[in-house]
Design a protein around this ligand. Structure first.
Ligand SMILES: NC(=O)c1ccc[n+]([C@@H]2O[C@H](COP(=O)([O-])OP(=O)(O)OC[C@H]3O[C@@H](n4cnc5c(N)ncnc54)[C@H](OP(=O)(O)O)[C@@H]3O)[C@@H](O)[C@H]2O)c1
Length: 349
């Protein structure tokens, strides 16, 4: 039996679901692959708990109350067996822990976009470990095969002319419901109530989340680019950044008429609005776009994502990846798939 230690950072929506799913698949992974995942460390932003023999169900269930103030750096420095650091935080501080992990022979699996979207210089440091030591499919489109598809194109000598799509479940949900006649403020409120938005919906409405995903894809295409270089359209004015979330939710009613008019105007020409990211060798843009109602992007329903790859080989008929691009359960499933990928690497390389 091959034992792999798991150190897990970020026990939020995705993290909790990951713990549940790991418990469900463990018996079949033991049988099928001879892999035993030893879930031995869990950490929040204020510390965590570690037991080299594996954490008891009680300790896992009662986290963070069971947190004993252990420092994750000390654990990563001391751990002996093969190990995988899982990052399901939304923190911009974990890059340092990734580097520590690599220097101690460990592997990283992450759904956190932030370590990939800081400076180009930091991305260059991480890039050395891609495909060998770090697995991050879920940073774009959750469990949809976006990064693996892009890598397959590059590895098989195809050349990508454009990646275009709707990368945000939240913004997809909002624009689809605008089209159905819902007011902008209602659509945002409903998206928030259904758990599609970040706790502060401005994180989605500012376009930053989509810009980060576009930045990852652009950098994977070889473009040297910073987040500030991406033209990002926000759905609200910057002077609303200082409001409380409640006040912000109240104030967005003032945009209802504007969005109603916009969607009616394009609807009269059988077109609609979508929040679109477009990445090519020479440009990277993120914002609201008028699209054909019956086209790939216009057809998108609810919180689904769509990513359209136009390449030398897939030119007239581009390759389309489509489906749920957010949600704790599908994202955790994608993280788990990356853990299996890393585990196979550990024992077959
Ligand atoms: N939810 C989705 O549908 C989805 C889809 C694709 C990708 N993702 C990405 O997956 C990540 C997790 O998403 P989520 O929805 O689970 O977010 P979340 O519910 O906010 O969970 C993040 C957790 O990380 C913890 N945390 C913050 N800083 C930390 C640190 N330095 N060390 C350890 N823990 C820390 C936070 O709790 P404490 O601060 O209390 O410890 C929180 O529990 C994010 O990066 C998100 O962008 C999410």
């Amino acid at each position: 039996m091959h034992k792999i230690n798991i150190i897990h950072l970020g026990i939020g929506n995705v993290g909790k679901e990951f713990i549940k799913e790991i418990g469900e698949v463990s018996p079949s992974w033991k049988r099928k692959y001879g892999i035993f995942l030893n879930y031995c460390g869990m950490f929040g932003s204020k510390g965590g708990v570690f037991d080299a023999e594996g954490l008891s169900e009680k300790k896992i269930k009662n986290f963070p109350k069971t947190s004993s103030g252990v420092d994750v750096k000390e654990v990563l420095e001391a751990i002996a067996d093969p190990f995988i650091l899982i990052d399901t935080t939304a923190s911009d501080k974990t890059l340092e822990l990734f580097m520590l992990t690599f220097s101690h022979g460990g592997y990283v699996v992450t759904s956190n976009k932030k370590p990939f979207t800081q400076s180009q210089e930091q991305f260059d440091q991480l890039e050395k470990y891609f495909g060998k030591k770090i697995f991050f499919e879920t940073t774009v489109g959750a469990a949809l095969p976006v990064i693996s598809t892009l890598n397959n194109f590059i590895d098989t000598g195809d050349s990508i002319s454009e990646i275009k799509g709707c990368f945000s479940g939240t913004l997809g949900y909002i624009f689809f419901h605008l089209e159905e006649g819902m007011l902008f403020s209602q659509a945002v409120k409903q998206a928030k109530e259904r758990g599609f938005t970040e706790p502060d919906p401005r994180d989605d409405l500012s376009g930053m989340d989509v810009a980060r995903k576009a930045l990852i894809l652009a950098r994977l295409l070889g473009k040297r680019i910073e987040i500030e270089d991406i033209k990002t359209e926000s759905l609200y004015p910057q002077n609303m950044d200082g409001l409380t979330v409640d006040k912000f939710m109240e104030t967005i009613r003032r945009f209802d008429n504007e969005y109603k008019k916009k969607i009616c105007k394009v609807g009269a020409r059988s077109r609609t609005l979508r929040y679109v990211a477009s990445v090519t060798a020479s440009s990277c843009t993120v914002g609201v776009e008028e699209v054909e109602k019956n086209g790939d992007l216009g057809n998108l329903k609810g919180p689904d994502n769509i990513i359209v790859f136009k390449t030398k080989r897939y030119d007239k008929n581009p390759l389309v990846v489509r489906g749920p691009g957010a949600g704790a359960s599908v994202t955790a499933e994608g993280v788990l798939a990356d853990v299996l990928e890393a585990a196979k690497f550990i024992y077959h390389s």
